[in-house]
Design a protein around this ligand. Sequence first.
Ligand code: SAH
Ligand code: SF4
Ligand code: F3S
Length: 487
Amino acid sequence: MAIIKATENDKQEFDSAINELKEYFSSLAVRKGRPLTYNVLTYGCQLNESDSEKLSGMLSSMGLIQSEGGELDAADVIAFNTCSIRENADRHLFGNLGVFKALKKNDRDVIIAVGGCMMKVPENVDRIKKSYPYVDLVFDPQQIHKFPVLLRDAIRKDKQLVNIAADDYIAEDSFFPIDRKRKFRALVPIMYGCNNFCTYCIVPYARGRERSRSFDEIVRELSDLAANGYKEIMLLGQNVNSYKGEDGKTFADILRAASDFKEFSRVRFMSSHPKDLSDEVIDIMGTRPNVEKHLHLAMQSGSDKVLKEMNRPYTIDRFLEISEKFRTKVEGGSLTTDIIVGFPGETEEDFQATLDAVNKAKFDAAFTFQYSARPGTKAAAFENQIPQDVVTERFGRLTELTNKYSEESNKNLVGKTLEVLIEGISKAGDMTFSGRTITNHLVNFTIPEELGIDPGDDFLEGKLCEVRIDRARPYSVDGVLVSMKGE
Ligand code: SAH
Ligand code: SF4
Ligand code: F3S
């Protein structure tokens, strides 16, 4: 499969499609007598979040405004950015597409576009072709820089347009207008795709081969972000630490370059693969104050046999050795993981090995998943698929154990006063604020009136403050603001 860099030619086509669509939508708005809106529905991981910021940026450049209602809000352009990591992710799309059928029936000008990882699974595209004729456009998640051109063509053609290509593209972020969702946090993809082919995983099929952005371009983007007031940088990639830039630049070089910008209070990254995690990266995490002291490292299983079947190239001893190194070198750091339960052939003994490994690693948090067979992956064809009741029972035991350790991790914070980066009003909607520590612990806190801070003002977002932690919950801690930190 070829990897093609988006060219100046692509950029010209991109700009001209955006201009044409701007004119088209502007006359449609006159005809409708109101401004036109868009709704981008995002599923899946932060790479999809990042792509959606680009889709939103493109749609804004076409003169549309973001709809303000909930997820299923009606809009003039509805774009689905799908995820295919587990089966229930797929169900979301088809359920929600049905919701928009009536909308499209009443208004032929409404446009429905579907992209994202699900569209790299041929069965899903066939199903849209067959049963969802009112979808106007199916676009390739590896070629979102072609979105405006395809959207224009779909409108011109007035018939369903499906464009899924075999090539892996790379387009620098500077190619796109980007509407960043949070004014303090910037998602910065540094590499795309995955070469690891874990046997259960759809990502290498959906996202193609690994391709890294240019080091110089990334640093230029970081410098713009610093100048524009961003406080938190999230470096993204399916295997962020297998980044390979020009002149032998590595992920450690990117991490150092990002943390050199003192404007950034937090430099974070997702996701690391155990095989690519260098000592250098651990050293940087232990020594640079604005680099997050949090490592997310997927273990997947505690059994060497299962790891081998999963095509994860490490033993559990090696994994625990890396965890130990992190714990020693990054004082007070937090370690989180992903674990799959019920992989084909997993015996009770294998599962016990996973519980043992959790007891050793004492993860500060864990995302636990029930194995979901993905069409097209190797493991989907394995014999010995585990019956659902066994999976459910093991899953219950595992989450009980991982919850115990995450609550313990939260309890260790009680009584301490910690630096928190404020993310905004907490979801509870009761004027409680939320933010994160440098170890990525979620903190909900109140602001005492006597501090004279106007909590209604969103100027707090992205600021650093000190919070005294006084209560631990399973997934978060509660506290009280002590003081704001100076700029
Ligand atoms: N590249 C990242 C993982 C991205 S996917 C890494 O390797 O760390 C996020 C998580 O989803 C994986 O770590 C895995 O635990 C889970 N996952 C992936 N495919 C799955 C499947 N078919 N069934 C259940 N969980 C799955
Ligand atoms: Fe999937 Fe494995 Fe690649 Fe992670 S490393 S995205 S789990 S194939
Ligand atoms: Fe899902 Fe694709 Fe991300 S499958 S998890 S959206 S890379």
